[in-house]
Design a protein around this ligand. Structure first.
Ligand SMILES: CC(C)(COP(=O)(O)OP(=O)(O)OC[C@H]1O[C@@H](n2cnc3c(N)ncnc32)[C@H](O)[C@@H]1OP(=O)(O)O)[C@@H](O)C(=O)NCCC(=O)NCCS
Length: 214
């Protein structure tokens, strides 16, 4: 872990006037892990895009917000590993990827749910917005990495995150929101109001000794 996480952070576009984005705040988050309010975090996007309706329906012990640059320390990768292979790339690589996503304007919208008691991330979903030339230069929302921690499944957090993601997608003008999922989750997404359409296709790159990085 870096001794000074701030040296990797560009100024937050969502910083709140009067709230210092000092190393003190970051160190408090990492060591004590009390619940950290949005104002003290370096967020991936403007938190006013989180659906007020979804916020009002969250259980009082949970909080929904954009991903933060320090969520590496809140179990974010452990949560993703419930869904897919997620080796730990280290904090510097995590922060670099976070910054690369945020520097691509109006494109990546990772939304997380935090347990206030532990400051642990217990659910995630990411909206990725694709710009198109077709349909009169339209935009399409893609949902990725929808996952709820095993000890929080069955409490309707998946549908809440889904609603928060489609709220952003539709608020920003996407004419449709799409995702790929396994057969076992088709009914879950139908419950959320989606319909099944088309087929998923994939071509994996061959095994390579060196994989170029974007
Ligand atoms: C799938 C997942 C996101 C659902 O989130 P959740 O918060 O546990 O959802 P809930 O169990 O509270 O379900 C909400 C509703 O969907 C239904 N549901 C949940 N999972 C379902 C499934 N696999 N198939 C059919 N229905 C399902 C529930 O019965 C419930 O229905 P109701 O509203 O009629 O009572 C979560 O279980 C998860 O993270 N699973 C592992 C990772 C994964 O597979 N992610 C999906 C990637 S595409």
């Amino acid at each position: 872990m870096s001794k000074n996480p701030n040296h990797m952070r560009p100024p937050s576009p969502w910083s709140v006037p009067g709230v210092p984005s000092s190393s003190h705040l970051v160190i408090t988050e990492i060591r004590g892990m009390p619940f950290t309010p949005d104002e003290e975090l370096d967020l991936a996007f403007d938190p006013s895009l989180i659906s007020p309706d979804v916020k009002s329906k969250m259980p009082p012990d949970l909080h929904i917000r954009p991903l933060a640059s320090t969520d590496y320390h809140r179990g974010y990768l452990t949560l993703l590993s419930v869904l897919t292979t997620t080796p730990d790339p280290g904090e510097a690589a995590f922060v670099a990827q976070f910054n690369a996503m945020r520097e691509t304007p109006r494109t990546y919208f990772p939304i997380v749910v935090v347990s206030k008691a532990s400051d642990r991330i217990i659910a995630n979903g990411t909206l990725f917005i694709e710009r198109k030339f077709a349909h009169n230069t339209a935009s399409v929302g893609h949902l990725e990495e929808g996952v709820v921690a095993e000890d929080y499944q069955g409490k309707k957090l998946g549908p809440r995150v889904f609603q928060a993601l489609t709220y952003v997608s539709e608020s920003l003008g996407c004419y449709k929101t799409i995702l790929n999922c396994s057969d076992k989750n088709v009914r879950f997404y139908e419950n959320c109001g989606m319909v099944k359409k088309g087929n998923e296709m994939v071509k994996y790159a061959p095994e390579r000794t060196h994989t170029p990085k974007l």
